[in-house]
Design a binder for this molecule. Structure first.
Ligand code: GRF
Length: 202
């Protein structure tokens, strides 16, 4: 890869080594990313959550960009601009969403073109959205899984980079199935991120 280039409009370097991880939940995927020794430059959260403590324990800076609200007046573009500004305070070249509960808008994809990754608990393009595991169970599938993909403005869309199947077992609840999927995500996502940073996963 060529040397570091700076996008002078955003002030964000297009090729620094650092990874930003965006999380909102229990942070178990973040934990796996940290355990894998990936170069996490910052963890960004949109609400108080366990991910903050995981990051702090690992000595990784945390940016808390809390949402003002969840109602219809939520200004997604302005919020995304705040996220991009917070990431700009760190050496970030790639963004990995790991259970981030806010859909981000165009400014993120403009600042990090083709450098935003996501992991989703289904075999995309099936079962997009927040209730992927519940919907897969309701559809009666025997096999579901997880997908690592390049994120785009369209939610749970964008080129697929890696997938792994997980069997739905008789008696599975949303929680038991999601836990087994997350166990696979905790292996697949760090591997995929590492290969993406090395330039060998496209
Ligand atoms: C994962 O299943 C991820 O794919 C989804 O949210 C979950 C995050 O899990 N978007 P955790 O909070 O890291 O445990």
């Amino acid at each position: 890869m060529a040397g570091v280039e700076t996008d002078h409009r955003s002030g964000v370097s297009s090729d620094p080594p650092g990874l930003a991880v965006l999380a909102s939940g229990t942070g178990s995927i973040l934990g796996a990313i940290l355990d894998a020794g990936l170069p996490v430059a910052v963890v960004l959260v949109d609400r108080p959550c366990r991910a903050e403590k995981l990051a702090a324990d690992a000595g990784v800076p945390v940016e808390a960009v809390e949402r003002a609200g969840f109602g219809p007046d939520f200004d997604r573009v302005a919020y995304t601009e705040s996220v991009v500004a917070a990431l700009g305070r760190h050496e970030v070249g790639t963004v990995a969403m790991a259970g981030f509960g806010t859909v981000l808008g165009a400014p993120l994809f403009a600042a990090f073109p083709d450098r935003v990754l996501n992991t989703h608990p289904s075999l995309l393009p099936s079962f997009k959205g927040w209730h992927a595991v519940r919907c897969a169970l309701a559809a009666g599938v025997r096999v579901t899984g997880c997908t690592v993909h390049l994120a785009t403005e369209a939610v749970d869309d964008g080129p697929i980079l890696a997938q792994r199947a997980v069997e739905a077992l008789p008696g599975d609840t949303e929680q038991t199935l999601h836990e087994r999927i997350k166990a696979v995500e905790r292996v697949l996502y760090p591997e995929a991120i590492r290969r993406f940073l090395e330039g060998s996963l496209r």
